[in-house]
Write a protein of this length. Structure first.
Length: 51
């Protein structure tokens, strides 16, 4: 059952990173997302302050 369905996606997998590379990509993407959201929150907080 699993082998038949695996055959359908084999042709679209072009990248098979090592575990270390995969973890580095995940950490990098998480840092970028956090930095982006932090910038949004800080902009919002700056506008919310009474002047």
């Amino acid at each position: 059952m699993g082998g038949g369905s695996a055959g359908l996606v084999q042709g679209i997998i072009n990248d098979v990173p090592t575990v270390a590379e995969l973890i580095e990509r995940i950490v990098t993407e998480a840092r970028e997302l956090i930095a982006g959201w932090l910038a949004v929150v800080l902009r919002w907080a700056g506008r919310a302050r009474p002047r």
